[in-house]
Unconditional design. Structure first.
Length: 253
């Protein structure tokens, strides 16, 4: 007797329209919701006003301003962020943002993967692939981040141990995965600090608890991806291998 598998294939997952537009790399979910509310988005030729309207990628035809949206080119980018730029698309105080570095590139919507504060510099990733970005910023599974930090005094061995042991700042535990001295002069030193999570201003707050000021803070690597010789203010595309290595669990197109 021949057995026949009558199991039906699982239906394709449905997601809200705004989320789908974001996952297609067209815009952020917030922008998508605004477009939908403004009547700019249609599904299978019919204007939809609900950002949670269920659609299936590859099945429903989605159009913005009458132009059908397909799976566009994915961008995986590395920027050497200069000091003094804010990591945001728009700044309410009119300060220059990191997007100034992409002027004229014609990349469409891209978003930073994590953040560097205004006074920090170095390696900052950008993408229009939200799933890839989420896997890198995930505190449980994301890659380590390496920083070179110039401080305003010569730290002793006990301080380096304390950075790794951690402290509690305003009820929040902060620690480095590792910390070591790179070099020092008469009055200041350079440290290499590795983090396995990214809390707000984590290194500055951690050092401030030991009355140490930060003179410069440069992110030099994310996982195995090093900043290298990329000039300040310039960006480059990651290779497919680099993008996949940073996020082995994600399904890159």
């Amino acid at each position: 007797m021949v057995s026949v598998d009558t199991t039906k294939p699982a239906p394709a997952p449905r997601h809200g329209l705004a989320r789908t537009l974001s996952k297609l790399g067209v815009c952020s979910r917030t922008e998508a919701a605004a477009w939908i509310a403004a009547g700019r988005v249609s599904v299978d030729g019919r204007t939809v006003g609900n950002p949670e309207y269920p659609v299936v990628r590859g099945v429903h035809r989605i159009a913005v301003d009458g132009k059908e949206i397909g799976q566009g080119l994915r961008h995986y980018l590395a920027l050497n962020k200069p000091r003094g730029l804010v990591t945001t698309a728009k700044d309410e105080r009119g300060r220059d943002t990191v997007y100034r570095c992409f002027d004229g590139a014609g990349l469409g919507w891209i978003a930073p993967v994590g953040r560097l504060d205004k006074a920090s510099e170095g390696l900052l990733l950008f993408t229009n692939d939200p799933e890839w970005a989420a896997s890198i910023t995930d505190p449980e599974t994301g890659p380590d981040k390496t920083y070179h930090v110039q401080v305003d005094r010569i730290p002793d061995a006990a301080l380096l141990v304390r950075l790794s042991a951690g402290v509690v700042v305003e009820g929040e535990p902060l620690c480095a995965k590792s910390a070591r001295m790179l070099r020092h002069g008469d009055k200041n030193a350079w440290l290499e600090i590795v983090l396995d999570e990214g809390r707000n201003r984590q290194i500055r707050r951690l050092l401030a608890e030991s009355d140490i000021g930060v003179l410069r803070l440069i992110r030099t690597a994310i996982g195995g991806l090093a900043l290298g010789e990329l000039p300040k203010g310039q960006w480059r595309r990651l290779s497919a291998e680099e993008a996949a290595t940073l996020s082995p669990a994600s399904s890159l197109p």
